[in-house]
Design a protein around this ligand. Structure first.
Ligand code: C2O
Ligand code: CU
Length: 462
């Protein structure tokens, strides 16, 4: 890459969404990057998984006869499912064939700061250039990747994909499927609609075309009598998915940061933007047909929606099952008691602005520069939502545990990198800066809110 060329060219880092906010990688960024790249070595017996990702524009078919001009990784929406095992090293060479700069963020990964894919830690990858990410896979779970530049446009146009990391002690079900959910706002010509406008800035952009794995309301199949593991990713810009599978019971096995302690039986689960969930689905009887829906969810937006269909599940003829859903999945030690004293308050709010109408802020500021965090010092944060809308809080690079929501204990313990903040609430989280110094951030994962400034960045220091 030509980091040198852009070193003093500030215009390269300014894009429409951040307006005048210029985030810069530190002077030493290239050295830190080289160090991180060279020190990523697989565990013994494990391997380097090499992937080429080319970001490029193509005509993508979302349904028979319906073609949308999309931005893709490797010509497909979503991008390829990237798979590795704990202890492997993932090496991804990103080549940018888009008409604008990009960078890829590895959402949920505990990786070194120089590999985080934001404009805080790297020079953007200019059209025609390549950049290589290389880092070790530390945790089993369902993750995803997406650009962290002009996100509102780049994700909406189709740049996102799933990243799966497998551990040694995974439950063995009959089959696995990955479902990446998205919605798309098209114009009268069936092309990606213009960006912007008050509703979109306020609510976040939602579209009426619902996609699973890049296809409009597709059908899935499952054999009668079998139990499958579904890894579900919500890649939508702003839509909350209250996932239902025909009202049938299913079992939650894992969330953002991998398996939870024991399966939890539910008949719906809420995925805020950026969220993932692993579920055990089935068994069903032959001939059943189930609606995979997003149930009505009110998040105080201007535009309201009812139940909406994402896909259909058809149950085929019976097959023998060897699936075992264990009663215990793993042990998660609590990081802190729910009574732990918070050492920081992060307040997601709105402010009225003459110029922009409405500002989305953290502790009263857009793009807040927050206090540094010291490695080894337990963080207990009160994450406050002082608005009347929901906001999904996302922390880069570290998993947290939810200690309480308005003083109530969560229903189960888990590792998360996204948690929904209900209106007028306080969510207490705990996380440990376990190393990996550098520039990190947290933000609302409604992409329009993030772009409007509902984010904070901070240093992790020794
Ligand atoms: Cu998936 Cu900074 O985000
Ligand atoms: Cu938000």
């Amino acid at each position: 890459m030509s980091a040198q060329r852009h070193m003093h060219d500030h215009s390269a880092h300014v894009h429409s969404n951040h307006g005048s906010f210029v985030h810069e990688p530190p002077e030493a960024a290239r050295e830190l990057y080289r160090e991180a790249r060279e020190s990523a070595l697989p565990d013994s017996g494990r391997e380097v998984v090499s992937v080429e990702l080319e970001a490029r524009e193509v005509d993508w078919s979302i349904a028979p006869g319906t073609v949308v001009r999309a931005w893709t990784f490797n010509g497909q929406v979503p991008g390829p499912v990237i798979e590795g095992r704990v202890g492997d090293v993932l090496e991804v060479r990103l080549t940018n064939r888009l008409p604008e700069p990009t960078a890829v963020h590895w959402h949920g990964m505990r990786l070194p700061a120089p590999m985080d894919g934001t404009e805080m830690v790297q020079q953007l990858v200019q059209p025609g250039e390549s950049f290589t990410y290389r880092f070790k896979l530390l945790d089993a779970g369902t993750f995803w990747y997406h650009p962290h530049v002009n996100e509102t446009v780049q994700l909406e146009r189709g740049l996102y994909g799933a990243l799966i990391v497998r551990g040694d002690d995974e439950p063995v079900l009959d089959r696995e499927q990955v479902l990446v959910l998205d919605d798309l706002k098209l114009d009268r010509n069936g092309q990606v609609a213009k960006f912007g406008g008050f509703v979109e800035r306020h609510d976040g952009r939602e579209g009426d075309v619902r996609l699973v794995n890049g296809k409009r309301e597709p059908a899935f199949s499952i054999a009668a009598g079998q139990i499958e593991r579904w890894r579900v990713v919500n890649a939508a810009s702003a839509r909350y998915v209250r996932l239902s599978i025909g009202g049938a019971a299913f079992r939650i096995l894992g969330t953002d940061g991998g398996l939870i302690e024991a399966p939890v039986t539910v008949d719906e689960v809420l995925l805020a933007p950026g969220d993932r969930v692993d579920i055990a689905v089935g068994p069903f009887a032959a001939g059943q047909e189930l609606a995979i829906d997003a149930l009505r969810y009110s998040r105080t937006t201007i535009k309201r929606r009812g139940d909406e269909r994402f896909a259909t599940l058809r149950v085929g003829s019976a097959k023998a099952s060897t699936a075992v859903v264990p009663e215990r999945l793993r042990v998660i030690e609590p990081l802190a008691p729910s009574s732990a004293t918070p050492n920081r308050t992060v307040d997601f709010g709105i402010k009225y602005s003459l110029r922009r109408g409405i500002d989305f802020v953290v502790n009263g500021e857009r793009h807040k520069t927050d206090e540094p965090v010291r490695i080894g010092e337990l963080q207990v944060w009160d994450v406050v939502n002082s608005t009347l809308m929901d906001h999904p809080f996302h922390l880069h690079g570290y998993f947290f545990q939810v200690l309480s929501v308005d003083g109530e204990l969560p229903a189960w313990r888990s590792w998360e990198d996204v948690v929904n903040l209900p209106p007028k609430s306080t969510t207490r989280i705990a996380w440990m800066p376990d190393g990996r110094p550098g520039s990190w951030m947290y933000h609302c994962h409604i992409l329009e809110h993030h772009a409007a400034g509902m984010m904070g960045h901070f240093e992790v220091v020794r």
